[in-house]
Design a protein around this ligand. Structure first.
Ligand code: GRF
Length: 202
């Protein structure tokens, strides 16, 4: 059984989707840790479901671990790190340590509507204002630059009938919940090859 750590900052609906799939008898992974940058609904969900939780901060703080501590805690214990709505930038040292082992879900079709400051409703507002007719979700590897690592999978959704960014967010969220657990499963089955910036499922 492979082990994953899920990083969160808020509501935790992606965490729940990943958790629900992990509970299927044929699942190849389980959530070993949930890590957050603050107390939040997602941390409550993890505690209610007996998952180990950790709070992380760049600086040393009471009740918080640092990213350096996480490197030690995770070593040989975690096969994949999943950012699911985690709002803090991951330090470079941590990214290098877990090269090709950190993935992120982004609520738009990268490389559009990504980059610094593009998170949560800001993404959906930009999508709405741009007038595009499709949006979607992207799972990608995390590298040193915001939303720039190799794309693992994407799924599009028709938003031509959406009247607000909130409506777009709802449509996209459904897709996020669908593709994130699939990407996790495939990566952990070693069914993904990375060639420069392109990835391919076997
Ligand atoms: C999701 O839309 C995710 O793509 C984005 O932040 C949101 C988090 O939602 N990065 P939740 O906490 O998983 O419900």
């Amino acid at each position: 059984m492979k082990k994953i750590a899920v990083f969160v900052s808020g509501r935790g609906s992606n965490l729940q989707a990943v958790y629900n799939v992990s509970k299927n008898p044929e699942s190849n992974y389980r959530i070993e840790y949930v890590v957050a940058d603050k107390e939040c609904l997602a941390i409550n969900f993890a505690k209610e479901n007996q998952i180990q939780t950790l709070l992380v901060s760049k600086e040393k703080k009471t009740n918080y671990v640092t990213f350096q501590n996480l490197i030690e805690i995770f070593s040989n214990k975690v096969d994949l790190i999943v950012l699911a709505g985690f709002l803090k930038k991951i330090p470079e040292e941590f990214v290098h340590k877990f090269k090709n082992k950190i993935i992120n879900i982004h609520p738009a079709l990268l490389p559009l509507f990504g980059g610094k400051g593009m998170y949560g409703m800001k993404v959906h507002s930009a999508v709405f204002e741009s007038g595009v007719k499709i949006s979607g979700a992207t799972v990608h590897f995390v590298n040193e630059e915001f939303d720039k690592g190799p794309i693992i999978c994407q799924k599009a959704v028709d938003i031509s009938n959406c009247n607000s960014s909130e409506e777009i967010a709802l449509k996209v969220l459904e897709i996020e919940h669908e593709i994130l657990p699939v990407a996790i499963k495939k990566i952990l089955e070693n069914e993904l090859v990375i060639e420069k910036n392109r990835t391919k499922f076997l």
